[in-house]
Design a protein around this ligand. Structure first.
Ligand code: GLC
Ligand code: CA
Length: 550
């Protein structure tokens, strides 16, 4: 154990935590059926402890038809039989806790799956039933109600309404789904919906879960009044409504839901934590991050920015200030299961890389990516992030420097984004390919069998066993950085930089320099504790970060 500054009070463990996101189906396969599972994760707790993370966030492992990778939940208080049992999750929680690692689980409250008992009941009981009232059902327009209630589209493509067949076999009402048709949106005006999620939170908190990641936290409450049907579509209409009163997004009244959740979180000792996935402007994010609400919110600003000193500086400045003002800590994230991996984004053409959308649409050819440059920049950005105050969220595989898998045959794709956009948008499968643990063997050691998404041959280079044997690997870089990070303490302050170079200090001891340019720059006085790339004749190399201790 490293005694050090990161020795917060038990209730404050999350403030500076390094949280490692696991996408369970793609992490490790314990029984060789090609799908990652809970036993697979339990078998890798030693790896997570060696990496030095403080917490693990598990993406959904609940029963699901996988219409959206598990974000279509059939039952919030059970485990998908393909991934294990409730006994397996108890064993995983115990193993992680035994290694000093906290556990965060995903709560998906905006929508259930279409196989959830409530939705089945809504279909079976028909028009006007109490069960339909838990969702957003409406009559269609036009002859026989054959057109959807309005022209809004799903964020995954295609209409946001799907027509059901009534119990008597006739075509009937339509229900609203902002995501896939298999993800009907819940009606959060309903007391029984609210109560059921309070029960779910207690269910997992009672099992020892330390915190929650709240999926699509900026939606839930809605105003689907027909008065809004005149809008041709709903995306991009934020400015047309007074702030906090949009029909779908970031409504003020969603905070009433979280005020109730907060009372449940605070019933536990230490209080359970939560982090909001809220794609909202920075000045609204603080509402979700406030201690009276969820307590923390993802800040996706760096994830959306290119590798650019000016953008980074502005984002860091604002988020540190906002978090301090609202009594929380900031969050930092470059990669997750929804975006192109940052080692790839930063290697795309253009001065600062880009989001990878065009590259994916044009076939995702690995030859179009400067993978070495992407990784070099990713390491520099990561080392900068790990010296900032706040919590750092890592996504499985980034510690290997893993690149996005851009080309996956259409027949193998799984993401509903691919199907609903008719292939125009290939979707998010490329960051969800099962991890390589060994450079040889079936599925590169992911399991004894295959892998549910195809792994390219170049995965061998990034395998854990290869990197473990190489002290200059990205894996050792992450391990060393997470260990050294525990020593970093003190107030964050900018120091004078120069164009393309950010410099800041933490307390009296630590100096951090991030060089976004290509020319080497001078090092601060002191002991070089970490660099993201080898020094260049005693200077900090281009596109590199250094931690220096005085
Ligand atoms: C969140 C998840 C994403 C999912 C969506 C719908 O954005 O991160 O993976 O598709 O919610 O639940
Ligand atoms: Ca399995």
């Amino acid at each position: 154990m490293t005694p050090a500054k990161h020795d917060p009070s038990p209730a404050d463990w999350w403030r500076e935590a390094v949280v490692y996101q696991i996408y369970p189906r793609s992490f490790a396969d314990g029984n060789g059926d090609g799908i990652g599972d809970l036993a697979g994760i339990t078998g890798r707790v030693g790896y997570l402890a060696d990496l030095g993370v403080d917490a693990v966030w598990l993406s959904p492992f609940y029963p699901s038809a996988l219409a959206d990778g598990g974000y279509d939940v059939d039952d919030y208080r059970d485990v998908d039989p393909r991934l294990g049992t409730l006994a397996d999750i108890d064993a995983l929680i115990a193993a992680l806790h035994g290694a000093g690692i906290k556990v965060i689980v995903d709560i998906v409250p905006n929508h259930t799956s279409d196989r959830h008992a409530w939705f089945r009941e809504a279909l079976a009981t028909g028009r006007g039933s109490d069960a339909r009232g838990r969702y957003h059902f409406r009559e269609g327009r036009g002859d026989d109600g054959a057109s959807p209630p309005n022209g809004w589209t799903s964020i995954f493509g295609g209409p946001a309404w799907t027509r059901v067949v009534e119990p008597d076999g006739t075509p009937g009402q339509w229900y609203f789904h902002y995501f896939a048709a298999e993800q009907p949106d819940l009606n959060w005006d309903r007391r029984d919906v609210r109560d059921d999620f309070l029960r779910t939170i207690r269910f997992w908190a009672d099992r020892g879960v330390d915190g929650f990641r709240i999926d699509v936290a900026f939606m839930l409450t809605k105003d689907l009044d027909p008065a809004h049907d005149a809008l041709p579509d709903v995306h991009g209409t934020e400015q047309m409504f007074p702030e906090g009163h949009h029909p779908l997004f970031d409504r003020d009244d969603v905070q009433d839901v979280y005020a109730e959740w907060r009372r449940v979180f605070d019933d536990y000792d230490p209080p359970r934590t939560a982090v909001a996935e809220a794609w909202v402007p920075a000045h609204r994010r603080v509402r979700y991050a406030s201690p009276a609400s969820l307590g923390q919110a993802f800040n996706f600003d760096l994830l959306e920015a290119g590798f650019d000193a000016v953008a980074f500086r502005e984002i860091i400045e604002r988020n540190v200030a906002d978090a301090t003002a609202s009594g929380t800590s900031s969050t930092w994230v470059f990669s997750n299961h929804d975006v192109v991996r940052h080692a790839t984004r930063y290697g795309l053409p253009g001065p600062a890389g880009d989001d990878g959308g065009d590259w994916l649409r044009s076939g995702g050819d690995p030859a179009a990516v400067d993978a070495a440059r992407g990784l070099r920049r990713a390491r520099a950005a990561t080392l900068l992030m790990l010296a900032l105050p706040g919590s750092a969220y890592l996504y499985q595989g980034e510690e290997l420097g893993l690149q996005e898998v851009g080309s996956i045959p259409a027949a193998e794709r799984q993401d509903p984004v691919f199907f609903r956009s008719r292939g125009a948008d290939v979707g998010r499968d490329g960051c969800r390919v099962p991890l390589p643990w060994t450079s040889t063997g079936p599925s590169f050691g992911f399991g004894a069998g295959g892998a549910h998404l195809p792994q390219p041959s170049w995965f061998a280079r990034y395998a854990v066993d290869v990197e473990e044997a190489d002290p200059d690997s990205t894996l050792w870089f992450y391990r060393n950085a997470l260990r050294a990070r525990r020593e970093i303490t003190g107030v964050f302050a900018w120091e004078d930089g120069s164009p393309g170079v950010l410099r800041f200090s933490r307390g009296d001891e630590w100096r951090i320099v991030a060089n976004f340019g290509e020319a080497p720059v001078a090092l601060p006085q002191g002991e070089v504790v970490m660099t993201s790339a080898p020094l260049d004749a005693g200077r900090l190399a281009g596109e590199a970060t250094v931690w220096v201790r005085r």
